[in-house]
Design a protein around this ligand. Sequence first.
Ligand SMILES: [Ca+2]
Length: 287
Amino acid sequence: MCTFYKKATLLTVALMLLGLSVAEAQLRRSFARRGFDIWDGMTITPKAGVNLFYGDLVDESRTSYSAGLLIDREMTRTLSLRVNVTAGQMKGEQMNPVYDLPYASFTNFYTDISLGGSYRPLNHLLGYFRERTFQPYITGQVGLVYFSAQETWGPASELVTPGAVDGEIWRQPSGIAPLVSGGGGFSFWVSPTISVNAEFTGFFPFSDKLDGHDVWYSAWPEGVEYETDPLDVYYTATLGLSILISDSPFRNDPRFNRRSYTKTRRFYQPKNTGPRRTGTRRRFLFF
Ligand SMILES: [Ca+2]
C-alpha cells in the first residue's frame, strides 16, 4: 500500500511539473505575439457550497460545508489554466446494521490546493464569445490535500468491539496526500465583469485516512487488524461569483458581433429616467 501511495505522489508531482511547463510554453508564445500581461483574461471566483464524503467508514451524514477560491486564466479560446483552493469540514457516520446504532463517526478539517485546466466546449463548437450567457466547462486537476481527522467511537462499538468506549476518540490522523480531481460547471454571464459560477468536482486523494479510518480491529487496542479498501473520495458542489480582472486578448468570433453589440450596448446605455434638460443630448455609444 505504501509503495502505491509513493508512486501516486511521484505521478502527481510529475503531472504538476508537466502542467507548469505547458503553461510556461503558452505564456512564452503569448509574450512573443503581444505584450504579456498575467492579468489578461484572469478571473477570481470566491465560492462556497457543500462537500459529500464517501469512504470505507461512512454510511450516513456525509454532507458538510466547504468554501474556496478559484483563479482562472484564459490561455487559448477554449482552454484555461486554473488554481483552485478549497477548505472546510468533512463529516460522516458508520451505522452498525445489527443494532442500528452508529459504530463510529468522524470529522475532518481539510484544505486542498490544485493546479489544472478547464475546457469550454461551446467556444470550440460555436466560436469564441466572451459574453456567452451560459458557458459550460469541464476541468481536470492535480494537487495536494491537508487533512486533520478525528474518529470517535459510537454507541454500537461498545457492543461489537471489546475495549471501545462510546464517545471516546479512537484515532486522530493528519497529514498531506496527493490528489487528482475532475468535474465540470458553468458560468452565467451577468455583466462584463461579473458571472455566476456553479461547479461540481470529484476529488480522489491517495490516502485512506481522510475519515480517520483505514484499518479496524477485532478488539481495541490489541486485536486482529483488518484492512479496508483504500477508497476515500469526496465531492464538492459550489456556487461562486467570478470577477474578471482584465479582458483577455481574444476577440469575439465575428458571428457574435451583433449579439455582443446589443448586449454590451444595453449594459452601458445611460439610464436617463429624469426630465431631459435643454441643451443636453443623449450620448451616442458606438461599440
Ligand atoms: Ca478511509
